[in-house]
Structures are given as structure tokens and as C-alpha cells.
Design a protein around this ligand. Structure first.
Ligand code: PLP
Length: 386
């Protein structure tokens, strides 16, 4: 393949070398982690090592980590009325989710649709805290789900302040930390979260592994998958040891490099934004007034259409994505930008540039060089067609 520059890390990050090595070692093992013989114990040891590595990333306790097949599944596991803090067996009566959540949270998990409310965000994509306080008055035992960082804009929520409001209202807080983990601090105690969802493939592990980490005295009384007693009864099914081992190794590597990587990514992202604004001063950067992840930029210029721009960049060897969910090649309207009050015509042009630990200056230069040619020719074509 000709030289490529990958700027779609929020969709999937490249596999870290540490994760690859851990996976290859796991693939050479034969045992089922539930077996008592030496082969089984060796498999079990890999899972427990990974569990400790995942727990360490969020400052949690290993026994409170449940491995799942994705963060989507972790979100489904978390979003149930059957959460029992401190042994209190009284179900949560309502679920509140922010309007910019990932679809796996917005769908309401295992709550009936009539018990799910959406919370508004500001123009910069931050949760409206006054609306949160007002909404929680409708519920005696709420569950609230707010993401640490948005996958489209990179906007980060003030989770500790949100946790204080939720807990004062007798509530529990679930945080989808998929995009923040490994990029910014995501410790359970600093955030004040009761439950945190993580995804392996966003931080350099393989696809098909995720985890739900809960605070010490919180019991999930309703497993999603019943069967054997794996994952202490929380998630039945023989464990995918190679994926779990890779996930654990990726967490350890991400944690060790986080501060250095974040500084480097922020410098590259800021350079991209500054150059784009210099070349096309009409560019709009979404969520720019809020705190954001160091690696993400969602932007457009009026008149641009994301579908055609992404293809044009791809032909130039550059992988970027549209802000909105893209399924079967069709770009759908972004619920995130709609919730932020962005005009649909402008939102339709949103391009997401997301980078990571191995992004190079050279790749950034290729992107900036392509920006001017791609956008000016597309805007000319659209103007002629109009
Ligand atoms: N939550 C957020 C914020 C995401 O960005 C994603 C994936 O894009 C998910 C959840 C789902 O993660 P997974 O691919 O592991 O199901």
C-alpha cells in the first residue's frame, strides 16, 4: 500500500506492540481458565494479570473488573435498574443520560424506554448542570450516565462535579470512559464514578474486549449473559484469553506513557488546528470553548460535505472520519452536533481528525498539505453545482 496517514484513532487505535506480544503468548496456551489443571491455571493467571492491569488504569480493585466483549456490552451491563449499592436491594427507578452519549448508552440499556430521560448540553457540548439538578428531582433512586469524553468532539465532561450532584440526589453515576481512558486521568475515585466502562481497541488493545469496573460495594444483581459462573457470575461464557491479555497489556502501556503522549498529541492537534485556521479562516472547530481530549478535533468549513471530503482525503492516503456514526458507508446526522445546536447543513460537513501516540510530524504535514487541495476543490465543485 502507498504511504498512508491514519487520523481515525477514535474509531480504533493501532494495536500496541505490548498488546500484540501478550496476545501471541496467550494464543500459544491451551487451557480453559475454568479448569483446575496446570494448563487451566496458566490461562487463569493471564486473565488475572490483565484484570489487575485494567484495574490499575482506573485506580480500581481487580475483583471489581468484569471483562466483556466490548464497551457496548459493558454499557449494557451497567445500565440496569438492578444495581445494589451497599447491599440495598431496591431498584433504580430512572436513568438519565446526556444527549451526546454514544448510542450504546443513549439506547437506555436495560431500562424501559419510559424510564429514560435525556439531559441537554450547552453549545460547547458540556452537560447542563442546572438541568441535571432539576431532572434528578423526578427520581428517588436515579442512575445517571455521562461520558468522560465525547467520541466526536473530544469534549470532556466535569465528571467530579457531576458526581457530586448525582450523589447528593441519592443517585449512582456510570461513566463511559472509552475515549478518555489512556488519554486523560480516569481514576474511579478522582472522577467520583460508581461504574466505568472501558474499550480495549480505543487504547491500543485488540477489538472485541471491554470491561466494566465498579466501586467496591456495588453489586450488579442482573447479569447480561447467564450460564457458567465465569466473571464471578456477572458474565457467563468462556473467556477470550488472548483478547483479554492484549487488553491488559495495552492498559499498562497506555498508563505508563499517558502523560508524555498527551503532551505530544496536544501539540500536534493544536498545530493541525492552527494551520487549518490559517489556510481556511472560515473553519469552525466544534467544542473549542470546552476542555477537550488532547488528540481530537472535529471541524468543518461551511459548504463542505463530509462524505465527499472523506473519500477525497482517502484517495490522498489520509484516513479521517466524519464526526457522525458511519454505518455501512452511510454518514448519518450527528446527534452530538444536533444536541449542541449546530445547524444541520454545517454539521453535515464535520470531519473528525483523531490522532495517537505514534502519529508523526510527517503525517501531520501530509494532512495539512491535503487540507487545502481537498477542501478548495470540493467547495468549488459544490459552488458550481449550486
Ligand atoms: N462509548 C464510546 C464513547 C465510544 O466511542 C465507543 C466506540 O466508538 C463505544 C462506547 C463502544 O465501544 P466498543 O467498540 O468497544 O463497543
Amino acid at each position: 500500500m502507498a504511504e498512508r496517514a491514519y487520523f481515525d484513532w477514535n474509531a480504533t487505535a493501532p494495536l500496541r506492540l505490548e498488546a500484540r506480544a501478550a496476545m501471541l503468548a496467550a494464543l500459544d496456551l491451551t487451557g480453559n481458565a475454568s479448569s483446575v489443571h496446570a494448563e487451566g491455571r496458566a490461562a487463569r493467571a493471564l486473565i488475572e494479570k490483565a484484570r489487575a492491569q485494567v484495574a490499575a488504569l482506573v485506580g480500581g480493585v481487580a475483583r471489581n473488573v468484569t471483562f466483556t466483549a466490548s464497551a457496548t456490552e459493558a454499557n449494557m451491563l451497567a445500565l440496569t435498574p438492578a444495581l445494589e449499592p451497599g447491599g440495598r436491594k431496591v431498584p433504580r427507578d430512572r436513568l438519565f443520560v446526556s444527549a451526546t452519549e454514544h448510542p450504546s448508552v443513549r439506547s437506555g440499556g436495560r431500562f424501559p424506554a419510559e424510564a429514560v430521560d435525556e439531559l441537554p448540553v450547552t453549545g460547547d457540548g458540556l452537560l447542563d448542570l442546572a438541568a441535571l439538578e432539576r431532572s434528578l428531582q423526578q427520581s428517588e433512586r436515579p442512575l445517571v450516565s455521562v461520558m468522560l469524553a465525547n467520541n466526536e468532539t473530544g469534549v470532556t465532561q466535569p465528571i467530579a462535579a457531576i458526581a457530586a450532584i448525582v450523589h447528593a440526589a441519592n443517585g449512582l453515576l456510570h461513566v463511559d470512559a472509552v475515549q478518555g481512558a489512556g488519554r486523560i486521568d480516569c481514576s474511579l475515585s478522582d472522577l467520583g464514578a460508581d461504574l466505568i466502562s472501558l474499550s480495549s481497541h480505543k487504547l491500543g488493545g485488540p477489538q472485541g474486549a471491554g470491561a466494566l469496573v465498579r466501586r467496591e460495594d456495588l453489586h450488579i444483581a442482573a447479569p447480561l449473559i447467564r450460564g457458567g459462573g465465569q466473571e464471578r457470575g456477572a458474565r457467563a461464557g468462556t473467556e477470550n484469553i488472548a483478547a483479554i491479555a492484549g487488553f491488559g497489556a495495552a492498559c499498562a502501556a497506555a498508563d505508563a506513557a499517558r502523560k508524555a503522549d498527551a503532551g505530544r498529541m496536544a501539540a500536534l492537534r493544536d498545530r493541525i488546528e492552527a494551520e487549518i485556521l490559517r489556510l481556511t479562516p472560515q473553519a469552525v472547530i466544534f467544542g473549542r470553548g470546552a476542555a477537550r481530549l488532547p488528540n481530537t478535533s472535529l471541524l468543518t468549513i461551511p459548504g463542505l460535505k463530509a462524505e465527499t471530503a472523506i473519500i477525497a482525503f482517502d484517495l490522498k492516503g489520509i484516513a479521517v472520519s466524519s464526526g457522525a456514526a458511519c454505518s455501512s458507508g452511510t454518514v448519518q446526522a450527528s446527534h452530538v452536533l444536533a444536541a449542541m445546536g449546530v445547524e444541520p447543513a454545517l454539521a453535515r460537513g464535520a470531519i473528525r481528525i483523531s490522532l495517537g501516540w505514534s502519529t508523526t510530524e510527517h503525517e501531520v504535514e501530509s494532512l495539512i498539505n491535503a487540507w487545502m487541495t481537498v477542501t478548495s476543490s470540493l467547495l468549488k465543485k459544490h459552488a458550481n453545482a449550486a
